[in-house]
Design a binder for this molecule. Structure first.
Ligand code: ADP
Length: 579
């Protein structure tokens, strides 16, 4: 009897040892866009069972599908030889590398079969809505949420696999005069009219005065709407003063990027049951026999879809900064030699569709570069936002050459005129401590350090050595800055924010070039966001808002005015189209 029991026990034990041996875990790391991605993979009988993401600093919106859709495909196929998520190339690679490393560490061999990404949802070929919004940046979301709150049935159609457009990757600061944050920090003399004057002047008076006036007059209400209805968190006690503004008036979202605003918009759209259809590229606006825009033709994977819009269509497709062909066509100075800060979807599709539908395109040759960008990738350097708190720009000879709070076009041109067409931005810890951009954008800082374009040094000598700038020349420049800071007046370039003392380290230095950032031109609209023909007649059923429009910023958009523009006119378009 005892022998029998022992035998049974032995059998149970060997089965569980076998079962245990069949389950393995491996941990692996890959490098994503914003640093390491760490995963733990559980394998069952030599195949992937689950993947846990232990650590990642990827953009929540851009990389979402990597950690959901792509992860599911990898688990199901037991392969990392899968189609990536477009628009999230680095996050895809980092994730797949991490899974492969985990398999290697666990001694598991994955399948090498090539796998297409998982199937998208099947959609009816024709759908009926009251309002169709094309584009899911700040303008598109504002229009859709506003339209839905007016009781109409609305859809957002987006060509990329993720929402957000340039609105997501921008710093997302928003100029508002007379805001609650200005009051908190003691700025009580700003007005919408001053904001209007700065905007008109900043664009060389080429903006449409009536449209600009509507933008600045409605900025506060739009910001309060973002705060109270969309639940966007703004820093309670800090505002930026971007170049060309006479007051510090830019509200700063939590995290200093558009991720805060766009994720809150996504949540609002979900709450309100607004469908957002991704990977769906609008290709044509269709008019009825009376000339009214009544429908949108769109494409996905070679198939055509129709979105009927009984009340109208809002174009919110952004600019054409990422379309070199269009840049060449409208202003070939900004040819392929320039990199861009834009996301790949900024190709001007909406402008071309609007033009075909009879809308006038204006100011198309005004293309803006952002002065301080990564010389390798062209990506905007948010870590260098210390410029708005007093960081200086120097050339290879260690000399300042422009007022650091000048307009973007003026600074960009000044940089291009320097030897090598680049500049260095330099700042000290006391300047850094005002808004802490290095701490806020730590991932970017680490990436720039790795690329060798940024450096932190204890002394001025250290940073001069890094940048190969003559120390004596750099010291002479900083000595002058310290003197101007003490005097309260910049004797050379009349810095409008006032220079800061830079006598104490540590110091930060970053190499920077201008990169194509914003296209000022686009669809001509009126104050109701209606698209206009060359004779100024509204095209029935067609509205446009955001960077696709061409009459707000004139020759040059001031920093922080993109968000003011997209939210104010997105809301107006959503309201007007719902009438
Ligand atoms: P804005 O700041 O004006 O809101 P964004 O660049 O933030 O502009 O957003 C524009 C969005 O429109 C992007 O997400 C972009 O991918 C999308 N888009 C551009 N062209 C099309 C198109 N043809 N169909 C659908 N979406 C488009």
């Amino acid at each position: 009897m005892k022998k029998k029991l022992l035998l049974i026990l032995c059998i149970i034990l060997s089965f569980s040892v076998l079962a245990y041996a069949q389950t393995k875990k491996g941990v692996g790391t890959g490098v994503g866009k914003h640093g390491d991605i760490l995963v733990e993979v559980t394998f069952d009988k030599g195949k992937i069972k689950t993947i846990d993401i232990l650590e990642n600093k990827e953009n929540k919106v851009l990389a979402k599908k990597v950690f959901t859709e792509l992860k599911d495909t990898v688990v199901k196929s037991n392969s990392v030889n899968v189609d990536g998520i477009s628009g999230a190339t680095y996050s895809t690679k980092g994730f797949l590398d991490a899974v492969q490393a985990a398999a290697d560490n666990a001694g598991v061999k994955l399948s090498t079969a090539a796998v297409a990404s998982s199937k998208k949802e099947t959609l009816p070929k024709t759908q009926n809505f009251d309002v169709v919004v094309i584009g899911s940046g700040g303008a598109g979301f504002s229009a859709a949420v506003m339209a839905k709150s007016q009781g109409v049935n609305v859809v957002i159609v987006e060509k990329m696999p993720n929402v957000g457009g340039n609105s997501l990757i921008s710093g997302a600061e928003m100029n508002v005069a007379d805001s609650w944050v200005q009051h908190k920090v003691g700025i009580i003399d700003d007005t919408a009219y001053l904001h209007y004057e700065d905007t008109m002047k900043g664009g060389d008076f080429k903006g449409d005065p009536a449209v600009v006036r509507v933008m600045t007059d409605n900025a506060l209400e739009a910001a309060e709407w973002l705060r109270d209805e969309i639940k966007v968190s703004f820093l309670p006690d800090n505002v930026f003063q971007f170049g060309g503004h006479s007051r510090k008036r830019a509200l700063i979202p939590e995290g200093h990027t558009g991720t805060e605003t766009i994720t809150k918009f996504q949540a609002a759209a979900e709450r309100m049951n607004i469908p957002v259809i991704l990977d769906m590229k609008a290709v044509e606006l269709v008019k009825n026999k009376d000339g009214r825009v009544v429908s949108v033709k769109a494409e996905r994977d070679g198939a055509t879809y129709t979105f009927n819009a009984s009340k109208g269509v809002v174009l919110a497709t952004g600019g054409f900064g990422a379309n070199i062909e269009m840049r060449n066509k409208y202003n070939n100075f900004y040819n392929e030699k320039f990199l861009t800060t834009n996301m790949p979807g900024a190709t001007g599709d909406g402008m071309l569709m609007a033009e075909k539908a009879g809308a006038q395109l204006v100011n198309m040759d005004y293309i803006q570069t952002y002065p301080v960008c990564d010389p390798v990738t062209g990506v905007i350097a948010l870590v260098a936002d210390s410029r708005f708190d007093g960081a200086i720009l120097v050339n290879q000879n260690g000399k300042r050459f422009v007022e650091e709070l000048e307009r973007r076009d003026v600074i960009s041109k000044a940089i291009l005129d320097q030897q090598g067409s680049y500049a260095y931005q330099l700042w000290s810890q006391n300047i850094e401590s005002i808004s802490n951009p290095v701490a806020v954008h730590q991932d970017e800082y680490e990436a720039f350090m790795k690329q060798g374009i940024m450096f932190k040094g204890e002394t001025l000598q250290d940073v001069a050595k890094f940048a190969n700038i003559d120390y004596k020349a750099l010291k002479a420049t900083v000595d002058k800055v310290n003197q101007y800071a003490k005097q309260g007046k910049d004797g050379e370039f009349n810095h409008r924010g006032g220079l800061k003392d830079m006598s104490k380290g540590p110091y930060y230095i970053m190499k920077a070039v201008p990169s194509v950032h914003h296209t000022m031109g686009g669809v001509r609209i009126n104050t109701k966001a209606q698209a206009l023909t060359a004779s100024g007649r509204p095209i029935p059923g067609l509205y446009a808002a955001g960077e696709i429009t061409g009459v707000t910023h004139g020759t040059n958009r001031l920093g922080g005015n993109a968000y003011t523009d997209i939210i104010v006119f997105g809301r107006i378009a959503g309201f007007e189209v719902s009438k």
